[in-house]
Design a protein around this ligand. Structure first.
Ligand code: KG4
Ligand code: ZN
Length: 335
């Protein structure tokens, strides 16, 4: 079954053609980094307009790469939410129109659940049940996953998402957008992760709840009291601050993920979403899951960030299970 996946939930316009939820024939992503960089974050109105310009060329490129035409597509999968409403609507309207015109089945896909499915595009794919940690720009969610349709939320962030914390700290440090990549690159220039003592915020009696806003505030205070850190000749250096911040986020993520594993008596962990592209996080996960005897499934870095192959993959399994999108259905911002 050839599925055309469409993703426009945030600042990436993406289309992919995936066969039977496994074989990627095409995977096209048009990013908008340069458009939003000047503002230090995503400007929703600009994102929508750029999706509008990009969506048809991106779909055309995906079909061309796949070697098939629209008439050869058996089903459509489109991100329905959560995300920016004005951005989601573009992909959603195009996907519904295509499904109607081609008279083929269509299914709406939950963006965070789709991130988890990126692990099914790798070999080996995880077996059910498993714990999934989705770390993106808008969410930090832990799920207990027992099937393609049953994913129970175990914990999430009570304030900022991990990716959001990376982006905000990068902005405070004047590193630009997107922040995660900038912090990782700066930390990798010999930054000492133990140079600055940063908190690992915990919530009483909620061991699987994350909190990152205090961490961001701690960085802001350090820079307020010691602005010289951003000068290249200082000690500690900006690279030390970046590495210390990154280490604190990594500690919080890995400890909660392993906590969820233990609490649910699971032996498999999937970690996905944009922040899962972070090399220090991947390294810490590899070491600590191996010590704990947990099987780790990490999508390749390019499939951790937003893409439509993951959307097509989840779409395939949902269509197989009989799920269909009501053409009167709407997108959703949260959930
Ligand atoms: O999943 P994603 O591409 O989009 C959303 O669904 O939000 O995640 C984007 C987030 C951004 O906050 C970005 O700074 C972060 O993922 N990110 C990273 C890295 N690459 C992307 N964070 C840390 N290290 C990275 N290498
Ligand atoms: Zn995402």
């Amino acid at each position: 079954m050839r599925i055309l996946g469409i993703e426009t939930s945030c600042d990436e316009t993406a289309a992919a053609v995936v066969v039977d939820g496994k074989t990627i024939l095409a995977d096209v992503v048009a990013t908008q980094f340069e458009l939003h960089a000047a503002y230090g974050g995503i400007v929703p109105e600009l994102a929508s307009r750029r999706h509008q310009e990009n969506i048809l060329p991106v779909i055309r490129a995906a079909l061309r790469d796949s070697g098939f035409s629209l008439e050869d597509i058996d089903g459509l999968a489109v991100t329905q939410g959560p995300g920016l409403i004005g951005a989601l609507i573009i992909g959603f309207a195009v996907a519904k129109s295509l499904a109607y015109a081609l008279n083929i089945p269509i299914v709406g896909v939950h963006h965070l659940r789709a991130h988890i499915l990126a692990a099914f595009l790798e070999d080996p794919a995880p077996a059910f049940p498993f714990i999934a940690l989705v770390v993106s720009g808008g969410h930090t969610n832990l799920y207990h996953v027992t099937s393609f349709q049953e994913m129970t939320l175990l914990g999430r962030s009570r304030d900022d998402a991990a990716g959001e914390a990376f982006d905000k700290v990068a902005k405070i440090m004047g590193l630009g957008y997107p922040g995660g990549i900038a912090i990782e690159a700066l930390a990798a220039t010999g930054g000492d992760p133990r140079a600055l003592a940063l908190p690992r915020p915990k919530i009483d009696r909620e061991p699987l709840t994350f909190s990152f806003s205090g961490l961001k505030t701690a960085v802001a205070y350090i820079l307020k009291n010691h602005p010289e850190i951003l000068n290249s000749s200082s000690h500690p250096r900006a690279a030390d601050l970046a590495a210390s911040f990154q280490e604190a986020v990594v500690d919080c993520l890995v400890s909660r993920a392993l906590g969820a594993i233990q609490q649910n008596n699971c032996s498999r962990l999937v970690v996905a979403g944009g922040v899962a592209a972070n090399r220090r996080l991947r390294q810490a996960l590899l070491t600590q899951t191996s010590e704990a005897g947990v099987e780790l499934f990490l999508p390749s870095p390019s499939r951790c960030t937003d893409n439509a192959a993951m959307v097509a993959t989840l779409g395939y399994h949902l269509l197989q299970a009989g799920e269909r999108l009501d053409l009167n259905g709407d997108v959703f911002a949260r959930g």
